[in-house]
Write a protein that binds this ligand. Structure first.
Ligand SMILES: Cc1cc2nc3c(=O)[nH]c(=O)nc-3n(C[C@H](O)[C@H](O)[C@H](O)COP(=O)(O)OP(=O)(O)OC[C@H]3O[C@@H](n4cnc5c(N)ncnc54)[C@H](O)[C@@H]3O)c2cc1C
Length: 493
């Protein structure tokens, strides 16, 4: 099939009715529901971009199997040019939503391609698992599948692991093996885009490591979202089906988050990648370098999102003429520094990329680890800056119906700004409101804080894995020199 069009993507969803619960409704065809229609339009647009002659050379490459053009995010990069092509493709997609869609399909294509390159890792418990990973990658690439994933166990009692919960079937676990596969029962905490993806990867978290008693909870597999027994319980939607004027972001980019329930789901053996080896399961993202390629994709989002925040804040400053004030400069400069830092970290990761042990051109991990620990602090600050500089402007935001209604003439008169007419000013501040105040905007902050893991444990992982020894040695040597000099009486003070 190769790279899909938007219509092909939507048809795929229509033809795979799933079990999605939202606001009291059971929804089988998500393309028809008001909570999903608009964001699906945006996802369809992303698929369509693969066929745009202006960027097709970035967005696609010839499949090594079929020769068909397939999506670049599925490419296993062998050279730096390949890596940069992936980077450009991911940036085209990120710019479309200004980074407001975190779970564009390239996030999980990146993991899927890395897993396949490292198939020997999965084969180390069972040769079939290595073959499964490789076969699945080809299937996903050739059919241009949209994947999401779910990693975290339900948040009931975090003092104990999944086996220590009051209900041993709270967290998804293997109930039994059959000739056909493994049966999974229980829940996983969250899947962004879960109800809207074609398939879902169910993997262990990279950071949550537990004891041997948690072995039945350690597995990795991928199944279609219409697999019998798989249920998605959505949060309330933040797309209220208002106009683009009123909810400029929520009406387009409202990715859904859902809790995932496995009601005795049969996972066929050919879809199992990890099973029976908790240590292997816990190490999968790191050892295969999937986490690095995912973090590389995240940089495209971070950069697009920070560019958007800089543009938004600068327009606010200009519109209401607050540029004379020094603290305003400082706040805008904070965003500029954030943007340049993200760009520099991505460039460093790409410049220092090397072939990994699986033969994949892999960005340098250090800069990407720095970025994924930094951005959860930067983004909430950017939102705070939008609030601080917009102030009451965020509340002086009548709707399109108000503007076109009987009070329109008053709005025309009283909502003007130094450098914008009222309509232009209101449109700008409605965008600022949807970024920094609305439920859509608040969820973006929460997403940036947590989607890549608990920031506290991510920092802990960095502390534990970063090689600090050379710097300790250098400081120790410096101290040693001082002690020697004092002992020799040549300390000049
Ligand atoms: C908007 C959004 C979208 C998401 N999308 C996805 C998705 O698509 N797929 C997916 O798998 N996950 C997703 N996540 C989940 C994300 O991975 C988790 O939020 C993150 O890993 C933190 O886990 P938790 O939410 O269970 O928090 P918890 O682990 O319950 O933590 C709650 C608090 O307790 C503290 N805490 C808990 N345990 C420890 C500990 N051992 N040591 C120190 N402190 C601890 C934490 O620091 C935190 O302050 C999403 C989250 C959000 C908010």
């Amino acid at each position: 099939m190769g790279a899909r069009t938007g219509e092909e993507f939507l048809r795929g969803l229509r033809e795979s009715p799933r079990e999605v619960y939202i606001e009291g409704d059971l929804v089988r065809d998500v393309t028809e529901h008001r909570a999903f229609r608009n964001v699906l339009g945006s996802l369809a647009h992303l698929y369509g971009m693969q066929h745009d002659p202006a960027i097709r050379a970035d967005m696609t490459y010839p499949s090594p199997d079929s020769g068909d053009l397939v999506g670049t995010p599925y490419m296993q990069p062998r050279t730096k040019d390949d890596l940069l092509k992936r980077s450009r493709a991911m940036s085209h997609w990120a710019r479309y939503s200004h980074g407001m869609m975190g779970r564009t399909p390239d996030y999980l294509s990146s993991a899927t391609m890395a897993f396949a390159a490292a198939k020997d890792y999965f084969a180390s418990t069972d040769a079939r698992f290595g073959e499964n990973v490789e076969r699945y990658y080809r299937h996903a690439r050739e059919n241009d599948l949209c994947l999401t994933h779910t990693l975290i166990n339900p948040q009931a009692n975090r003092t104990v692991g999944p086996s220590g919960q009051a209900d041993p079937f709270l967290a998804a676990r293997v109930v039994k093996e059959t000739d056909g596969g493994i049966i999974i029962r229980g829940a996983r905490m969250l899947a962004t885009l879960g109800p809207l993806a074609d398939e879902i990867q169910v993997f262990p978290s990279t950071v949550v490591k537990t004891g041997p008693e948690d072995a039945p909870y350690a597995f990795g597999f991928v199944i279609a979202c219409d697999t019998p027994g798989l249920k998605f319980i959505c949060r309330e939607t933040y797309d209220l089906n208002r106009t683009r004027h009123d909810h400029p972001l929520g009406s387009r980019f409202e990715e859904m988050d859902a809790v995932v329930i496995f009601d005795d789901v049969l996972v066929p053996w050919e879809r199992v990648f990890l099973y029976g080896d908790p240590e292997l399961a816990n190490g999968a993202f790191g050892a295969t370098n999937a986490v690095i390629h995912m973090a590389h994709q995240v940089m495209a989002k971070n950069i697009a999102k920070t560019e958007f925040m800089l543009g938004l804040v600068s327009l606010i400053v200009e519109t209401i003429a607050i540029e004379p004030f020094q603290h305003v400069h400082e706040k805008v400069a904070e965003i500029i520094i954030g943007l340049e830092t993200m760009r520099a970290l991505r460039s460093a990761a790409e410049n220092d990329a090397q072939l990994d042990r699986w033969g994949v051109m892999t960005p340098a991990r250090g800069p990407l680890d720095a970025a994924r620990n930094l951005y959860p602090k930067l983004y909430p600050r950017f939102v705070e800056i939008v609030q601080q500089l917009s102030a009451s402007g965020l509340m002086a935001t009548p709707t399109e119906a108000d503007i076109n209604g009987p009070i329109g003439p008053d709005i025309e008169r009283f909502f003007t700004a130094a450098r914008a007419g009222s309509r232009e000013r209101i449109a700008l501040f409605r965008l600022a409101w949807d970024t920094a105040v609305s439920s859509f905007g608040s969820r973006q902050v929460l997403y940036e804080r947590f989607f890549f893991g608990d920031p506290v444990r991510m920092a802990g992982a960095l502390y534990n894995t970063y090689d600090k020894q050379p710097y300790m040695d250098r400081v120790r040597a410096f101290i040693g020199e001082g002690i020697t000099e004092s002992a020799n009486g040549d300390d000049t003070g």
